[in-house]
Structure formats: C-alpha cells, structure tokens
Design a binder for this molecule. Structure first.
Ligand SMILES: N[C@@H](CCC(=O)N[C@@H](CS)C(=O)NCC(=O)O)C(=O)O
Length: 223
C-alpha cells in the first residue's frame, strides 16, 4: 500500500496519521510536491492532489486508489480492527471534526489566494483582500468554537484518542507553520492542553510539517 503525501498538506497529514495509527501492513509513504505534477501521482490521481492511497494489487495499473483525506481516514479506521477508537465516537466529535475541517479549508483557501495573487504561498498580499480577511475572520471565529468544543469533551478525547483528537493538533501545527503566531493558541487553554498531550505521539511527531523526510515507524516505510 502506498500513500502519496506532501511536506505541508494538512489533508495528507490526516490521511498519514490515520494510516500510521491503523498500523496498515506494508505501508509505504511517498513525499512529493503535487504542484510539480509528478507523473506517478497523476497516474494514480488524475486530480493531481495529495493525499492518494494506492491499494495493493498484483497489477500496478489496475490498483485501486482512494483519494480525499476523510475517505482514506475511514478506510484506515475500518482496516485497523480498532475503528471504535480511531473513527468519530460521538456526534460531538463529528461536530469537532467539521470545525477542524472548516479551519483547514479556510487556511488552504488563503494559500490558494496567495498562489494566484503572488505566485507563492509565502507572499501575503492576498491576505489584505476582502476575501483574505473573510477567511482569516472565519479561522478566528472557528478557533473559538474549537476551544469550546474541546472544553466540553477533553477527557473523552484524551482517553481514547482517535481522529477527533488528532485533527486539532493538525490544525494548530498547520496554522503555526503557515501563519506563525497570527492565530496563537495561547488564549485557548483547552486546545493548547490537547495539543501538548498528543503532539509527541509517533504518528503526529513523525508527520509534523515541514514533513520532508519520513522516519520509518511501526512497519511503515519511506520512499
Ligand atoms: N478535499 C481534499 C483536499 C486535498 C488538497 O487540496 N490537497 C492539496 C494539498 S493541501 C493539493 O494536493 N493541491 C495540489 C493542487 O491543487 O494542484 C482532501 O480532503 O484530501
């Protein structure tokens, strides 16, 4: 089984964390830049995006491919034999998952805007546009909703950490990487405590952005 990821994508990181947590047998992680149109990625995912999980097959051209982070996460949880822990356990956790995706999508939209406006994700001119402000306001409001949601279910999230516990770590570390301290979590103690408790878990520490090299863990290899 081969998982295509990039060094920065929060979507790919979620897929990767879930595949590692599921201890998928023979998992091979391939790190690439989807924006360079690598032929191997395009062959498996015509959309040219990460994540993409190529399932084992004797015939490589006939291999099944799962794309979209949540579908890969669902596949990994089901294959793990530990789906009860790894998948969303309650509706409150599903709500938390939606909140996290709202932040990730808003941040990714800002990156796309920067690429269109300036040709680079580190050029911030787009952020001053009305759409840029709208997305940043959405991130700020949604972080407050995330803090509230975690405060109501922190013990359950930490007792049996699954996708709903991993997503806030992915959110916070992606915002730190892309926006430095602009969305600092210092004023969100519950979010901060959850991230501190989980960030050194091997699946998360080994995939922290910029994730340019994968150190094999739990039977998963790099290529
Ligand atoms: N909805 C998708 C989003 C995947 C996505 O946007 N991936 C980005 C990296 S963050 C990508 O590969 N972009 C390359 C491109 O759009 O050409 C998911 O959840 O997996």
């Amino acid at each position: 089984m081969r998982l295509y990821v990039s060094p920065t994508s929060p979507y790919a990181r979620l897929a990767c964390v879930m595949c590692l947590e599921a201890r998928l047998e023979g998992l091979e992680i391939v790190i690439l830049d989807p924006w360079q149109n690598p032929p191997d990625l395009l062959r498996h995912n015509p959309a040219g995006r990460v994540p993409a999980l190529v399932l084992d097959s004797s015939d490589e051209s006939g291999a099944q491919v799962i794309t979209e982070s949540l579908l890969i996460a669902d596949f990994a949880a089901r294959r793990s034999g530990d789906a009860e822990r790894l998948w969303f356990q309650t509706d409150a956790q599903r709500q938390l998952g939606g909140i996290c995706f709202g932040i990730i999508d808003a941040a990714a939209a800002i990156m796309a805007g920067r690429m269109v406006t300036s040709g680079s994700v580190s050029e911030t001119a787009f952020d001053s546009s009305s759409v840029g402000h709208r997305r940043q306001d959405a991130i700020r409001r949604t972080l407050e909703a995330l803090e509230q949601s975690i405060s109501e279910q922190r013990d359950a999230l930490l007792t049996r950490p699954g996708i709903a516990a991993f997503l806030p770590v992915i959110v916070v570390e992606y915002l730190q990487m892309r926006f430095s301290d602009a969305f600092d979590s210092a004023t969100r103690p519950h979010l901060l405590a959850l991230v501190s408790a989980l960030k050194d878990r091997p699946s998360l520490s080994s995939t922290k952005p910029l994730f340019t090299k994968f150190t094999p863990i739990d039977g998963a290899a790099a290529r």
